[in-house]
Design a binder for this molecule. Structure first.
Ligand SMILES: [Zn+2]
Length: 123
């Protein structure tokens, strides 16, 4: 699904390099909604010098890096989605919260429990 974003929203991904999109499934909906909102907020036609470089997880929070000129509206959309990601489970998309025991993540109670079980099995 995520690999089709540059085809669905070509105006957002006109950088020389293909965008680097590395997020877990739970945040896919957020990212798709964000791209639709940015595309709608951009002026009509080609937008010079704006493109998304990368979308990734950083310290249990969505992190969107973009390049070039943009309207305050676009910056607000990106800020809002990044903030929202701290309340959405990065694995399953349910309501989650940030957690840390050295390794930061944003998970719902269920996915956190599963993660701990997997971790215990390894040890
Ligand atoms: Zn979850």
């Amino acid at each position: 699904m995520l690999h089709s974003l540059p085809f669905l929203y070509p105006r957002l991904f006109l950088g020389k390099e293909p965008p680097s999109i590395t997020i877990s499934e739970g945040w896919q909906r957020l990212v798709i909604d964000m791209c639709a909102a940015i595309d709608a907020a951009l002026p009509n036609g080609m937008v010079e010098d704006f493109y998304i470089e990368s979308i990734k997880e950083e310290r249990a929070r969505l992190s969107v890096r973009y390049h070039g000129t943009f309207t305050p509206e676009v910056a607000n959309i990106i800020d809002a989605i990044e903030d929202l990601s701290t309340t959405v489970c990065e694995d399953c998309g349910e309501a989650g919260r940030q957690r840390s025991d050295g390794w930061m993540r944003c998970l719902c109670d269920f996915c956190e429990k599963e993660r701990l079980i997997r971790l215990n099995r390894k040890n």
